[in-house]
Design a protein around this ligand. Structure first.
Ligand code: FA5
Length: 350
């Protein structure tokens, strides 16, 4: 019996060290330790032995079983480590100094003109202010001299939330908050209010080549003592000449907005058709771009500023239309299309 155990031990050692895969090892495990395996058979055969023999032989067979199990487990571990090392060796070496090959994104044309306008106005001392898209009826209309049921509301139908708030239909919705916030510094320290506030606007209206239901505007306000229409015209001219960097035809005509008096429409000659008339300008040759005017006394008063002492101007630049004109985009809807082929081709010319 002892000889049998010794020969099994040698056999197992030989076979296990020759095994090259975990599948081969599994087969060896079954051959010796499985239900019908050689070591299992030895254990089963012990029932015919005397109690004394069972004791000595049983200990030896159990020792053989433990030896076989240990041999197989150790070899399995070694094979696993070999496999990992082989896999690692076959992987390409990661070189941290290799330059990245990334497809770079591009800025949306509206972002490009917005940034350009911000740079222009910042260089003239204007602060750039962010404002929420969800506002109250007070901010969007009442504080702007447009009481409930005023017909001027029809020009700006928007989307209302169930809590009574609404998606802002124009960036003018931030005027009241800005007058209140910076008015203190104006009154106490004589620091003029000079701010622009770009933002997304929403209107419940039919779309066409120059109208979207979601578009961007950039509002601007300046309030101080003795601000006049000349100041307004100076800033509008500077902005347009910086953005287009070429001569463009502009016209200023009277326009009605309850929050300015007097109010103007500032149109530019359509750069898509050269003023001939096309769908982008509704065949008129002109595009409404930047209405503006002198802030109405009621609006100043509502913002906590005395209209007898201070005056100011405000404008509402159509940023999306500006992007159309600057980049020659014929249909405003292309700008919201999300089509990268269209949107990727524009670059910052600064
Ligand atoms: C207003 O929104 C006023 N709040 C502007 C203003 C501000 C006047 C301060 C006086 C003083 P209007 O509705 O005309 O005005 O819009 C201003 C500009 O936003 C338009 O000239 C146009 O360039 C752009 N705009 C208006 N509606 C749309 C639209 N549906 N799609 C694209 N751009 C639009």
């Amino acid at each position: 019996m002892d000889e049998k155990i010794i020969s099994l031990k040698n056999e197992i050692t030989e076979k296990v060290s020759a095994a090259q895969t975990t599948a081969e090892l599994d087969a060896i495990r079954v051959e010796y330790l499985g239900k019908k395996g050689s070591i299992t058979a030895l254990l089963k055969g012990m029932k015919d032995l005397s109690p004394e023999e069972k004791k000595t032989f049983g200990a030896k067979v159990n020792e053989l079983k433990e030896f076989a199990t240990q041999q197989i487990d150790d070899r399995a571990k070694a094979l696993k480590e070999q496999e990992i090392a082989k896999e690692l060796a076959s992987m390409p070496i990661f070189d941290i100094t290799t330059p990245a090959n990334l497809d770079r994104g591009s800025y949306h044309p509206i972002t490009l003109v917005q940034r350009q306008c911000e740079t222009i106005f910042k260089s003239m001392g204007f602060a750039v202010i962010d404002y929420p898209e969800v506002v109250t009826d007070y901010e969007c209309f009442e504080a702007l001299n447009i009481p409930k049921h005023h017909p001027a509301r029809d020009m700006q139908d928007t989307y209302y939330l169930s809590n009574g708030q609404l998606l802002k239909s124009h960036t003018s919705a931030a005027q009241n908050a800005i007058l209140k916030k910076y008015g203190k510094n104006l009154i106490e320290n004589g620091v003029p209010i000079k701010a622009i506030f770009p933002g997304r606007c929403f209107r419940n209206e039919a779309t066409d080549a120059c109208h979207e239901n979601t578009f961007f505007q950039m509002e601007g306000v300046m309030v101080d003592k003795d601000i006049s229409i000349s100041n307004l015209i100076y800033f509008m001219k500077t902005m347009l000449s910086e953005v287009f960097r070429k001569d463009i035809k502009v016209r200023l005509r009277p326009g009605f907005f309850p929050f300015v008096e007097p109010g103007f429409e500032l149109d530019i000659s359509c750069l898509i058709c050269g003023g001939e008339g096309c769908p982008s300008c509704k065949q008129s040759g002109w595009l409404e771009l930047c209405p503006c005017g002198m802030i109405h006394p009621n609006v100043l008063r509502e913002g906590g500023i005395d209209p007898e002492e201070y005056t100011g101007f405000a404008f509402g630049l159509g940023l999306t239309r500006l992007a159309m004109m600057k980049y020659g985009v014929k249909d405003i809807r292309d700008l919201n299309s999300g089509r990268l082929k269209v949107l990727e081709q524009f670059t910052d010319d600064e």
